[in-house]
Design a protein around this ligand. Structure first.
Ligand SMILES: Nc1ncnc2c1ncn2[C@@H]1O[C@H](COP(=O)(O)OP(=O)(O)OP(=O)(O)O)[C@@H](O)[C@H]1O
Ligand SMILES: [Mg+2]
Length: 217
């Protein structure tokens, strides 16, 4: 912060599968730490023991023939978020600790709204209910074609690992997710910064750090 006293920032990193969110969240956390900001790095769905259990449920394929319905999926995401915000994010911010979060409310708009065609007004209402109005200061959207992200995810995956329920969705689903993310960035230009994540990781990190320096330091 330019006036000397350090503010606690809430920064979310969004984007499709394999965009580099987790890599950039770690690097951005270290970038803030190195500049004297107390900071934690967390992720959604998850971030607390209970929310991580819900992550497991919502990402894995259910046993036998049962399907997870879109409404169930949405409410599981929001339940995990309600817990995460109250247990971890808000207490950190209240005590002056910045929070970097790998996915947050915008992923729900993009995946359940864009990907699954659920009503965006309902999702925004539930996002607001789950967060109690806790909105990120900044959101870095790592944008890239879904094909590129998938190539990276497949390369990262160990030979015996299965894809999760979202990775298993068709390319068309992921194209709708990408469009929904970009529409959110247009709708909330003050909060969003779009980063070209199709570049090399070094280049993406450079863009992320440049944006962080402009916004924060
Ligand atoms: N710009 C890049 N170029 C090439 N490889 C990359 C790039 N960014 C990340 N990777 C690699 O792609 C894989 C996915 O990166 P990462 O886990 O950071 O993405 P993610 O957005 O968190 O993915 P997911 O949505 O699956 O959580 C990792 O193996 C990572 O090292
Ligand atoms: Mg990740």
């Amino acid at each position: 912060m330019k006036d000397g006293k350090k503010k606690a920032y809430f920064i979310t990193i969004e984007g499709p599968e394999g965009a580099g969110k987790s890599s950039c969240a770690d690097i951005l956390t270290r970038h803030l730490e190195a500049r004297g900001y107390p900071v934690i790095c967390t992720r959604e769905p998850g971030g607390t023991p209970l929310a991580e259990k819900l992550r497991e449920v919502v990402k894995s394929k259910p046993d036998q023939d049962e399907v997870i319905h879109p409404e169930t999926e949405l409410l599981l995401m929001e339940a995990a978020r309600a817990q995460h915000v109250r247990e971890k994010i808000s207490p950190a911010l209240d005590s002056g600790i910045s929070v970097i979060c790998d996915r947050f409310t915008d992923s729900t708009c993009a995946y359940q709204g864009g990907g699954r065609n659920m009503d965006m007004g309902t999702i925004e209402f539930l996002n607001d209910f789950a967060t109690g109005g806790c909105v990120p200061d900044f959101t870095l959207l790592l944008d890239l074609p879904p094909e590129t992200g998938f190539e990276r995810v497949v390369r990262r995956r160990s030979a015996d690992a299965d894809n999760d329920r979202f990775e298993a969705e068709a390319l068309d689903f992921h194209r709708k997710v990408r469009s929904a993310f970009l529409a959110l960035a247009e709708k909330y230009p003050q909060r969003f910064r779009v980063i070209d994540a199709s570049q090399t990781l070094d280049n993406v990190v450079e863009q992320v750090e440049k944006v962080a320096n402009e916004l924060i330091f």
